[in-house]
Design a protein around this ligand. Structure first.
Ligand SMILES: Nc1ncnc2c1ncn2[C@@H]1O[C@H](COP(=O)(O)OP(=O)(O)OP(=O)(O)O)[C@@H](O)[C@H]1O
Length: 379
């Protein structure tokens, strides 16, 4: 654990960048520092690896005051990733990644073998090993930056706006990749961004700083969205925080309706005469996978041309936000809930989703353990 205890930083010109900051950053989690430009995020991060020395206060790693450790040893225990990756332009991708192991005295072969392993881990094609940074896209360069920071397997990873310089689509890919890697490696990651959406996507806990380097709120993303500490945090979170908060509520307990789901081979003529046929029905293939919507109210002797069902949601994996989105976009107002292999489990209309939202809110208000556990956004 990294413990920042009552730390302040006043630069030589008198600027107070960080003001009496206290934070506990647990192992095996991603802690995000977020806030407007100049609020002291980078200064805080750099005090952890002693690129900047605090004016007062103490920082401990696993209980030990970091000023007691030799700076080199401290930095080797912390991978560091910066915006634009900061790669060595005259070195190949493989040798960029092998930099720290080589500094630690590993043989060239061992360091390169480790670098090749890391390329695979961060999703880089092995064919890129011999290329130079300028021959890679911005997103690929960032992956190299992450691989390089992980090369000596440090327990701590410091990331300063690592994905800010790439376009939004690539950025989302990098965020997902980071979460996947973290799921495998379980580092203590401190991640700086000025983008609240990014903070909420990658963070287990988010520290919101205000100008002048003061902590405004330190909380799990769903708590930030549902209970911002003050007007500053609320404004920084931006609009539609209610809808965004649905990303943290699971579809696991949705009351799905199966009464309007029928497989091919159903006796449609008989069904057309029944009450169920007054609403659109979802037709599935023999395997239970959705084919499309059919309208049996105007029976012409065969099933009307099927209307595409659009996209479904995976029950338990996707969030209520996704389910609501699918219901809003559905031609029938019903979202199609499927299992991991794509078979239909049932339908959920907007009202069903709204009921699930109310139930989740009530559970949260009652603070049952199920809802009070630190939440990571489902999809
Ligand atoms: N070496 C320095 N000397 C004097 N002031 C500094 C120095 N480095 C940073 N500052 C000031 O300290 C404050 C915090 O800067 P810092 O870079 O930590 O903020 P930040 O939140 O990371 O900003 P950004 O999002 O724009 O990168 C700013 O007012 C900045 O101008």
């Amino acid at each position: 654990m990294i413990a920042i205890e009552d730390v302040s930083k006043r630069y030589a010109d008198g600027t107070v960048a960080v003001d009496r900051l206290s934070l506990e950053i647990p192992n095996h989690s991603i802690t995000v520092l977020v806030g407007p430009s100049g609020c002291g995020k980078t200064t805080t991060l750099r005090m952890i690896n002693r690129m900047v020395e605090p004016s007062s206060g103490t920082i401990r790693v696993d209980g030990e005051d970091i000023t007691r450790r030799p700076v080199n040893a401290l930095r080797q225990s912390m991978g560091y990733v910066i915006q634009n990756a900061g790669l060595f332009q005259h070195r190949t991708i493989l040798d960029n990644i092998a930099t720290v192991p080589r500094l630690l005295g590993w043989s060239k072969e061992r360091a390169r073998a480790r670098a090749a392993e890391l390329m695979e881990r961060v999703g880089l094609d092995p064919g890129m090993a011999r290329r130079y940074p300028y021959q890679l896209s911005g997103g690929q360069q960032q992956r190299v930056g992450v691989a390089r920071a992980l090369a000596a397997d440090p327990p701590i990873l410091l990331m300063d706006e690592p994905f800010s310089a790439v376009d939004p689509v690539v950025r989302r890919g990098l965020q997902e990749e980071l979460l996947r890697i973290q799921g495998e490696l379980g580092k203590a990651i401190v991640f700086v961004t000025h983008d609240m959406d990014e903070a909420i996507t990658v963070g287990d806990r988010v520290a919101v700083l205000r100008t002048g380097g003061k902590l405004a709120q330190f909380a799990a993303p769903d708590e930030l969205l549902s209970a911002p500490a003050d007007a500053f945090v609320e404004e920084f979170l931006g609009g539609d925080r209610g809808i965004r908060g649905l990303s943290f509520l699971s579809t696991r307990d949705l009351a799905l309706d199966r009464s309007q789901v029928f497989p091919v081979g159903t006796d449609w003529e008989q069904l057309a005469g029944q009450k169920t046929a007054q609403a659109p029905v979802l037709v599935t293939d023999a395997d239970g996978k959705p084919l499309g919507w059919a309208d049996l109210t105007v029976w012409t002797g065969e099933v009307q041309t099927l209307e595409p069902y659009g996209q479904g949601f995976e029950v338990g994996r996707d969030s209520l936000r996704v389910a609501l989105d699918r219901a809003v976009l559905s031609p029938t107002g019903q979202a199609v809930g499927v299992d991991a292999s794509g078979r239909v489990l049932g339908l959920a209309g907007q009202e069903t989703v709204a009921t699930a939202i109310r139930a989740a809110r009530q559970r949260r208000a009652a603070d049952t353990p199920q809802e009070s556990a630190p939440a990571k956004a489902v999809r």
